[in-house]
Design a protein around this ligand. Structure first.
Ligand code: ZN
Length: 118
């Protein structure tokens, strides 16, 4: 039985006692438990994302202005890795900057001209 089920069962038992004040407090507590459970689930999801990203990040190397995998076939946003510990692929744009291809991070919207050695 989950903590939410337990809270609902307690609220039901208290309701039968006829103490309206106590029942209101239990219902309020039940709502707080539901909210905390929702927040915990969101944090668990975020931690799973960070853990997954960290596994990827550990395999990358910095090749300014990107982080790349070992065979240089994937490019990641340096800002997202360094600030948020998230491995986000950058997306090639059609525009050029000083005759260099520009890449956009879909997460933080940073743009990077590919200034790596050709
Ligand atoms: Zn980014």
């Amino acid at each position: 039985m989950s903590i939410i089920d337990n809270a609902k069962e307690i609220a039901s038992l208290v309701k039968n006692l006829g103490d309206i004040g106590l029942y209101r407090k239990i219902v309020e507590l039940e709502g707080e438990i539901i909210e905390l459970t929702k927040e915990k689930r969101q944090l668990d999801d975020k931690l799973a994302d960070i853990t997954c990203s960290q596994v990827i990040i550990d395999e990358l190397r910095f090749d300014a202005p990107f982080y790349t995998n070992t065979d240089n076939t994937e490019l990641y946003c340096a800002r997202c890795i360094e600030a948020d510990k998230r491995a986000i692929h950058v997306v090639k744009q059609s525009e050029l900057e000083m005759r260099r291809r520009v890449y956009l991070c879909p997460q933080c919207k940073s743009k990077f001209a590919d200034v790596r050695a050709c």
